[in-house]
Design a binder for this molecule. Structure first.
Ligand SMILES: *Cc1c(COP(=O)(O)O)cnc(C)c1O
Length: 409
């Protein structure tokens, strides 16, 4: 999973080194004395004297000022994420992925503007369009990611932002980000992408045409299901505007959580490689099962958007879905309940595997579900987040789940 940026070092090497500035990991006498940036728990920052307070640049990143502007623990994480996102010159941290998406949209949009949102966006992103953004005078229009020409034709002079997500939540279709972004930018719209699935390691979002790349760090970067955070990375102009808006909203992340994220980041490459390989093996196994109508896994040949994934991505992750043949909602519940190694929970990207039911028809408004070519009776989906357990054990567990599905059907 490397060679998608200009740096000469490999991803693993860079993951070990990023953010570890010697003056953040030691003292003036002993720079770089410890491996990790210490946890600076601080609301108050002190000045040696009045002259220093008066001389202080009030609004510059990376300077002690006041707790809400962060301290070396948060700066190290932001710097690390910037270094890992090709084309980025700054990163703003948010208390959650949702806060990062909203923070980016509130930076770009003004009352009267139109936001075009991909139809398979994360549901809480859709809720922003129906809720807070609507309340503040922004109109959201959802579009079918499979139809680039229709998307381009629907952009109007009021369209100021486009929210992409690829692969889309739940159904995992990969969209043509370079084509969609080029069409949006040709008409003056700013492209925000939710890049949580692949992360900057698997999809260099800014190089592929996005202006702002957002991640829920809660998923792959944290990786241990014990902390929440989000980030938005961008070139200089947008990074500055994002920071100003985030400060206006009072966003700040705890240094303890930033430290957990830095810890997770060091092993993210290894975890993603292992989870991707395991997920692909499980997806292949599922695609050969008679109970399964369709596997929705971008890494799997034949999955919606696999060709675009192979063209544009350098990595995957452990998150994918599958759709059962016919059946009932109760039988699907029996399947998930029969799994011993998969927790039932809405998150993903942790070291432990999870399963949740998927019902995209209830969410989509601009594109069909089931997908073209699928049988209307095949509608009960399951989303799996593949963790670090042994693949063979997970497959044996899924075999038990499918037996329970058969028994209940
Ligand atoms: C989980 C998730 C988010 C939101 O992240 P939180 O940190 O839970 O707020 C955003 N986008 C996608 C695709 C997600 O799966």
């Amino acid at each position: 999973m490397a060679d998608h940026d200009n740096e000469h070092l490999g991803t693993g090497t860079r993951l070990v080194g990023v953010g570890r500035r010697a003056d953040w990991t030691g003292t003036a006498d002993h720079p770089g004395a410890v491996v990790n940036p210490p946890v600076y728990r601080a609301s108050t920052h002190l000045y040696p004297d009045m002259a220093a307070l008066r001389a202080h640049p009030a609004n510059v990143d990376g300077n002690f000022y006041y707790g809400r502007r962060g301290a070396p623990t948060q700066w190290a994480l932001a710097e690390a994420l910037t270094a890992l996102e090709p084309g980025a010159e700054g990163t703003v941290l948010y208390p959650s992925g949702v806060a990062a998406i909203m923070g980016a949209l509130l930076t770009v949009l003004r009352p009267g503007d139109v936001l075009m949102m991909i139809d398979n966006a994360y549901e809480p992103s859709r809720a922003m369009g129906r809720g807070l953004l609507k309340d503040f005078g922004v109109e959201t229009r959802w579009f079918n990611s499979a139809d680039t020409a229709a998307f381009a034709a629907a952009i109007c002079p009021r369209t100021k932002a486009v929210l992409l997500e690829s692969p889309g939540s739940l159904t995992m279709e990969v969209c043509d980000v370079p084509a969609l972004a080029a069409a949006a930018k040709a008409r003056g719209a700013t492209v925000v992408i939710d890049n949580t699935w692949a992360s900057s390691l698997g999809f260099p979002a800014l190089e592929r045409g996005a202006d702002i790349s957002v991640m829920s760090l809660t998923k792959h970067v944290g990786g241990h299901s014990d902390a929440m955070m989000g980030s938005a990375s961008a070139g200089k102009e947008w990074a500055t505007k994002l920071r100003v808006r985030a400060q206006g909203l009072g966003n700040v992340v705890s240094p303890d959580d930033a430290s957990l994220m830095l810890r997770g980041l060091r092993t993210m490459g290894l975890r993603l490689a292992q989870e991707t390989a395991s997920a692909l093996a499980i997806a292949e196994w599922l695609s050969a099962r008679p109970e399964v109508a369709r596997v929705l896994c971008p890494m799997l040949p034949g999955s919606p958007g696999h060709e675009l994934w192979a063209r544009d991505f350098s990595g995957g992750c452990g998150l994918f879905s599958f759709v059962l043949k016919g059946g009932t909602s109760a039988a699907r519940d029996a399947l998930i309940d029969a799994l011993a190694l998969f927790g039932i929970g809405f998150s993903w990207g942790g070291f432990e595997s999870l399963a949740t039911p998927v019902d995209p028809a209830a969410i989509r408004t601009a594109s069909a579900w089931p997908l073209p070519g699928m049988d209307a009776a095949d509608k009960f989906g399951v989303r799996l987040s593949i963790g670090l357990e042994d693949t063979a054990d997970l497959i044996a567990d899924l075999e038990r789940g499918l037996a329970a599905w058969e028994a209940a059907a």
